[in-house]
Design a protein around this ligand. Structure first.
Ligand code: SAH
Length: 252
């Protein structure tokens, strides 16, 4: 019986699994971390493509089954652990390919971004609506804190949609595969990263308001600062590009 609280929705469709593998742009020299291998269908394909697969599974029962099944695979390492607590910093360069448990989608992405010095790419199967927020451009309803946090560190690309019926058991929502390529240097230059992210969060905490209103807490003279950054104070946060947020952040 799949465990709902562990986000267990398994993928067995070979054509979908192959498309995930091609989206990941893997090579024989790569080390891949898989989060939540489940029954190991993706793991098996990964093992053929790369030098080493390190698969982290939290469920004890699945972990034991995987151990037995992958005993004959010298390049597959199985770890029984919570991926949120795994020391990703300690294993050298790696890529992540995973159909992750959806209840940890944003925390695991942010945890992986903390290890960005060694992280090369992430190819993740996640809820479609989260994928849309990750790749969103300014101007739309999907564009927000998540889009900016990720696009600051990575080039994110939507690869394809997986209808919910492809999973077993069938989840409530459709999924999508997103490929994120970690940049050598962030996509915009800012003087103070913390201040930049604080500004973005403050701006979007009231996303329907104009910037001069939503950013009031950052100072009396926010209107002047916006004008100095060549940003119309009447605009709404969702219309600002990363460059504009960066420019404003440097002036504050
Ligand atoms: N990749 C498999 C399974 C996806 S379901 C497939 O595509 O078929 C998600 C998997 O993540 C389950 O096996 C679940 O037990 C595991 N999991 C849930 N929480 C986890 C965590 N915190 N760390 C590691 N694995 C986790």
């Amino acid at each position: 019986m799949p465990k709902k609280h562990l986000g267990q929705n398994f993928l067995y469709d070979q054509s979908v699994l192959s498309r995930i593998i091609s989206s990941a742009e893997l090579g024989q020299q790569d080390t891949v971390i898989e989060i939540g291998p489940g029954p190991g269908s993706l793991t098996r394909l990964l093992a053929k493509e790369v030098k080493k697969v390190l698969a982290i599974e939290l469920d004890e029962e699945l972990f034991r089954r995987l151990k037995a099944e992958f005993a004959g695979y010298p390049n597959v390492d199985l770890v029984h652990a919570d991926a949120l607590k795994f020391p990703f910093e300690d294993i050298g360069d790696f890529k992540v390919v995973a159909n992750i448990p959806y209840y940890i989608t944003t925390p695991i992405i942010f945890r992986l971004l903390e290890a960005r010095k060694s992280l090369q790419t992430m190819t993740l199967t996640i809820q479609k609506e989260v994928a849309e927020r990750i790749v969103a451009s300014p101007g739309g309803r999907d564009y927000g804190v998540l889009s900016i946090m990720i696009q600051y560190y990575a080039r994110a690309e939507m690869k394809f949609i997986i209808p919910k019926e492809a999973f077993s058991p069938v989840p409530k929502v459709d999924s999508a595969v997103v490929h994120m390529n970690i940049l050598d240097t962030p996509s915009v230059v800012v003087k103070d990263e913390k201040a930049f992210f604080r500004l973005v969060k403050t701006a979007f905490s009231q996303r329907r308001k104009t910037l001069s209103n939503s950013l009031k807490s950052l100072g009396e003279d926010i209107r002047d600062k916006l004008i100095a950054a060549r940003i119309d104070p009447q605009r709404r946060p969702e219309t600002l590009s990363l460059e504009e947020f960066a420019r404003l952040s440097d002036l504050l």
